[in-house]
Design a protein around this ligand. Structure first.
Ligand SMILES: NC(=O)c1ccc[n+]([C@@H]2O[C@H](COP(=O)([O-])OP(=O)(O)OC[C@H]3O[C@@H](n4cnc5c(N)ncnc54)[C@H](O)[C@@H]3O)[C@@H](O)[C@H]2O)c1
Length: 345
């Protein structure tokens, strides 16, 4: 339980969505589909995108505009969902928090740790909830893998291979990043390692690089070794310009413990093989999946956010906790830049 202001009553919570690019419409669908929420307005610097997005979803009369501050004054929503590009995350989130409005934000919280700490401080000052949606945490197969890993006894290592050919064009915001893999994608896998093992980062050694044939301007590949609490080693081998034998978007995992090994392809049911004399079985994922045409995990994150606003129960991705996952990304970047092992603050 935590100290943010609760929203009393049982009426659906009114949410303003900010960002109508690639992912914004998927969040709009969730706000419309949930019995606990209403879509009260849609903001985008390019207002046309919000207007067109609303029309495509068959929503009429929805307030839209280019300015979040104006929308907050006009609509007085119960919460804001921030689905802008990362460079805008601080401005949008702090504007909402300073209006006393709770925020559910897309990952990564911010492009720098300094900005992220500023945002968390703004949430503390306002006394309202600020949560980052880490949608992989709600994958039924990840939950089953976490459960399976919990039976391995003392853990020695967890590794994640992530190899995909992510063919985006130069107009994508990833082209503005020096470290697109570590500063945009890796948060899913780093946060996933924390969720799966229940450990926190201590230090990291990382090398990042850009293959000569890469279509990204920034470093699209990295190898990182983290020391986690309890002495666990977590290794990420990743590349976003790796065509062929692609892993899932949640990577491919192996965790080794005293009682055996648990493996997971990032999508389907996890598997477990016991050490001699040990008895471990893999947990089957909960079959309740995501309805077709919707983006996985957003509905579950929205449910946790609403429950946190109603009850004070701490949600996954609560901003203070999420800082630890973001810190893994930035410590990895620092290690890659300095060639040294660095502590994860
Ligand atoms: N969880 C996931 O699996 C997942 C998948 C895709 C994207 N994302 C995240 O979602 C976020 C958005 O990604 P996207 O692909 O939709 O990006 P995008 O670039 O397609 O869209 C971003 C939108 O935000 C708008 N915008 C930018 N600054 C703004 C501001 N100050 N005020 C209002 N609007 C502003 C832009 O005009 C654009 O329409 C990113 O943080 C990204 O990392 C998460």
């Amino acid at each position: 339980m935590s100290g943010w202001a609760l929203v009393p009553g049982t009426a659906p919570l009114r949410g303003v969505l900010v960002g109508a690019g690639g992912l914004g419409p998927f969040w709009a669908k969730e706000l419309l589909a949930s019995a606990d929420t209403e879509l009260a307005g849609w903001v985008d610097l390019d207002e046309r995108r919000a207007v067109d997005g609303a029309a495509r979803l068959g929503v009429t009369g929805l307030p839209t505009g280019p300015s979040l501050a104006a929308m907050l004054d006009a609509e007085a929503p119960d919460f804001v969902v921030n689905v802008t590009a990362p460079l805008a995350h601080r401005e949008v989130t702090v504007t909402a928090l300073e209006h006393g409005v709770p925020v559910l934000s897309e990952k990564p919280m911010a492009p720098t740790m300094a900005q992220a700490r500023e945002m968390v401080a703004a949430a503390d000052r306002a006394g309202v909830l600020f949560m980052v949606s880490q949608n992989r945490r709600y994958l039924p197969a990840l939950v089953a893998y976490r459960d399976t890993v919990g039976r391995l006894g003392e853990l020695a290592s967890v590794s994640c291979d992530f190899y995909l050919g992510h063919h985006v064009g130069p107009d994508h915001f990833l082209f503005t990043l020096d470290q697109p893999l570590l500063l945009d994608m890796a948060i899913h896998l780093f946060d996933g390692a924390r969720a799966i093992t229940g450990t926190d980062p201590v230090s990291v050694y990382c090398e990042s690089y850009n293959p000569r044939f890469s279509w990204f301007p920034g470093a699209a590949a990295a190898n990182a070794v983290f020391e986690m609490t309890g002495g666990l080693r977590f290794v990420l081998n990743g590349s976003w310009c790796a065509d062929g034998f692609q892993t899932s978007w949640t990577g491919s995992w192996r965790t080794v413990g005293a009682h055996g090994t648990a493996a997971w392809d990032g999508e389907t049911a996890p598997r477990a093989e016991p050490a001699p004399g040990a008895r471990i079985t893999a947990t089957a994922p909960d079959p309740g999946g995501t309805p077709e045409g919707r983006f996985h995990g957003l509905a579950a994150a929205l449910r946790e956010f609403v429950a946190a606003l109603r009850t004070g129960a701490t949600p996954q991705g609560e901003c203070h906790d999420n800082l630890r996952s973001l810190a893994m990304c930035h410590a990895a970047v620092e290690s890659a830049a300095t060639g040294t092992r660095v502590p994860v603050a």
